[in-house]
Structures are given as C-alpha cells and as structure tokens.
Design a protein around this ligand. Structure first.
Ligand code: GAL
Length: 424
C-alpha cells in the first residue's frame, strides 16, 4: 500500500506510536504527580530527587511540593488547607496514625492492585504494613524505616576533650562537662518543639525504660504520665540544657548537625536523617563521625516510618502515575538509592545491605533484635505513636517546660495528664 493512502487518523496514530517508541515511554498514559513532603535539607533533597528521577524515567512528570520545616508540622498545615479547598496533591508524606485520619475522611486512593502485584504482604514486616492500610486496604507506601534514638558525634572533638562515646546518661553529662571545658558545645540542638520532643522521648526511654515509654507515650496512661518516672524524665531532660548553647532557639536540625560536622559541637541527639547530612558532606561513618544508640537506650528502637499516601484522583493519567509511584517506591533500585541518601534503612528487609554503612547495618540489626525482644516502639515525636492533636498537645507541654524559667517538673507532668485526658 502506498504510504500516502493511510487515512489521516491512522497516520496520526502511527506517528504517535513512533514518537512514543522513540521516547521509550511505557504503555501507560504519561501523568503527573504532585508530591508534598518536607525533605528540604541537603541529604533529604538528594533522597527525594531519587524518586523524581525514577518517575521521569518512566515518562511521568513530578511536581515538587516541598514545604520546609523539620518534622513536617508546617507541611501538614499546608496539606490540610489544600485538602479543605478540594485540591489535595496526588501524593503526600503522611505517617503513622495520621494515615488513618485521612483515610477516615475518605480522601485516600486504593493501592491494593499495586500491592498485590508487588507482593507487599509477603515483603513488608507486619509492623510496617499495618500502618499503610486503612480499613484493610493499602492507601500508602512505606519508603523507609528511620530510627530516632541515635546519638551522633564528631570523634575529633571527643578526642580533644579526652572522652569516649557515652553509653549512659551519667556518661553523657560527664563527657559534656569535659567537652565544655575543652571549648566546644557538648550537644548541638535546635530549639524547636519537635526537636525538643525528639530529645525528650530518648531521655524518657533511658530513664524510664521501654515499658514506661509505652505506657506514657503510646497508651497515654494517666498514672504513667503523671507519676514519679515522668517527673524524673522531665527533670533529666531539662538538665540537658547544661550541654546546649545559648543560640539554639529556632535553629533548624540540619544546622545543628552541621555544628557537629564542622567540629564546633561534639554530639547531637537526632534521628538518622542526620546521617543524610553527614553523607551529603562526603563523610564516612565510623571514621569521620560516630553513631550509637542514644545513651541508655541500647535495648530500644524508636521507629519512624516515612510513607507516601495517595489521594483519590479522577484523572486516569494521574491515577496511572500514582500507581507507578507506589510501585517504584518498593522496588530495590529506589529503596537502596533513597535510603543511602536519607540515612534510613529500607522498608523491605530482604534487600542486600552491602552498600550501606555500619550505622545502617546496626540499625537493621537493632530493629530485628528489638522487634523480637520487645524493645521496638513507635516514635511519639515523629507521629508514629499517637494522633496528631495529642502529639501537638504533648509537644506544647514539653517545649513550654523546657523553656520555662520557673515551671516545676511536677507541674509539667500534671499538664501531660490533662492533655491526654482531653484527647480520650
Ligand atoms: C521526620 C521525617 C524524616 C525527616 C525529619 C526531619 O519526621 O520522618 O523523614 O524529614 O522529620 O525533617
């Protein structure tokens, strides 16, 4: 048949096919996903970029909706206003019990098809899978497992002060004194509510132990919240101010990490997204920086699982793009590249960890060990333990007490009880 005898429609279709083949596009229509997250520090942005590139390689568009602010409080506020105006993004970093809140509003899309094709049920630990389902259906996909109870340190500064990595709170206070005398800031900290809460929960875990942590910060048991152990946790937490510097108010967490990197400060109590900053600075774990469980918490693991929830959409191409995003997130390529940059460990435990550093290896080993021994607990400070309103109220008590000149620990403990009662 002569080429010019093709009817116009067929010609257009053939042309379309040729273009699609030339671009290497998949069968699915190219869609765009708008993804809300708060991964804006150096390490975090590198990690987020992995997903953007993988999506673009599949022919889909990525619209970055990054809202700065560690811990994600601002991002969640922005998300709520977008959702209220009937225009949520296609995907958002939503975590823990908050996934259920969005699910209850009926706003989340269903990922069961992707989950079935990818065998998520067999792939994911039940602790992880459980958080991703609403009403028995997958509505979110986990990107990683962060550990919150970590201590990071600059070995050169420790050496200059003649101290070792502390393993108990007593050792931490003693080391802090020596570090201060040697002319360094012992503990880098950023005075923001979520960072105060991050440090507080690690201290409470050390002074009270795993069972107390669970009773107080997961079950919101009034006796635990208002009792002597809480008073001890609060008092010890406030004592940590001795190890911090005067300029900490409002400081971002990654700036605090850079104080450790630069050798101005010795240590930081922070989740392993801090490792993303050390990595982005080209530093090697075990040599240029050290990691250890937060002092006194070696038998515990406070987990923080980042996840992307998908909003219900009507556009077919956007739906396709969402399904692709969900699929890619659990594939080995993404899990390895993203988590190497982010500082976390993969959400799927079957991956070869050969490329990961010793802190990540320890994290995985401790995750598995504590899961068996009963020391694996959800992080309150990172939205894994209680609903967002309760978490916010606990943040207020913790941060007000930490910054108040004259509030007694007993008074803060009483406020904890009131907070929890209002929530029940
Ligand atoms: C956490 C989040 C991490 C990291 C951190 C600092 O809540 O899970 O991925 O971004 O905040 O922003």
């Amino acid at each position: 048949m002569h080429a010019f005898t093709h009817p116009p429609l067929l010609r257009r279709t053939l042309l379309g096919l040729a273009v699609a083949t030339a671009l290497g596009a998949s069968q699915a229509p190219a869609g765009e996903v708008e993804v809300l997250h708060w991964w804006t520090s150096g390490g975090e942005a590198r990690a987020a970029n992995v997903l953007k590139e993988l999506m673009e390689a599949e022919g889909h568009g990525w619209q970055d909706f990054a809202v700065a602010g560690g811990g994600g409080e601002t991002a969640m506020t922005v998300l709520k206003s977008r959702a209220m105006s009937g225009n949520p993004p296609s995907a958002a970093q939503i975590k823990g019990p908050e996934i259920q809140e969005w699910g209850e509003l009926g706003l989340l899309g269903n990922l069961d098809d992707v989950a079935e094709q990818g065998g998520w049920n067999a792939l994911l630990p039940e602790t992880v899978a459980d958080v991703m389902r609403h009403d028995g259906q997958y509505v979110a996909v986990p990107v990683n497992v962060h550990r919150v109870n970590w201590l990071w340190a600059n070995p050169a500064v420790l050496e200059a002060a003649g101290v070792e990595m502390p393993t108990s709170l007593d050792e931490l206070f003693a080391a802090g004194e020596a570090i201060r005398e040697a002319g360094y800031v012992p503990l880098a900290h950023g005075g923001q509510a979520w960072q105060d809460a991050t440090v507080f929960e690690s201290v409470l875990l050390a002074t009270g132990g795993v069972d107390f942590y669970r009773q107080a910060l997961v079950e919101l048991d009034p006796e635990a919240l208002g009792g002597d152990e809480m008073v001890e946790a609060l008092t010890t937490f406030k004592r940590l101010r001795e190890l911090m510097d005067d300029d900490m108010s409002g400081r971002d967490w990654n700036i605090a990490t850079s104080m450790v990197i630069e050798g101005d400060a010795a240590m930081q109590l922070m989740g392993d997204w801090a490792k993303g900053e050390f990595t982005a600075a080209g530093l090697t774990a075990g040599e240029d920086y050290l990691c250890a469980a937060a002092p006194g918490t070696g038998e515990a693991f406070t987990y923080n699982i980042d996840s992307l929830a998908m909003f219900r959409v009507t556009d077919e191409a956007e739906h396709e793009a969402q399904q692709t995003l969900a699929r890619l997130v659990l594939e080995p390529t993404f899990q390895e590249a993203f988590n190497l940059a982010k500082g976390s460990i993969p959400a799927r435990p079957d991956l070869d960890m050969g490329a990961f550093d010793q802190c990540a290896q320890q994290s995985l080993a401790d995750f598995q060990r504590t899961a068996e021994a009963g020391g694996l607990v959800p992080s309150m400070a990172h939205g894994m333990a209680v609903r967002a309103d309760v978490q916010g109220a606990i943040f207020d008590v913790v941060t007000n007490y930490f910054n108040a000149r004259d509030m007694e620990a007993e008074e803060a403990a009483r406020r904890m009880v009131n907070t929890a009662q209002a929530a029940l």
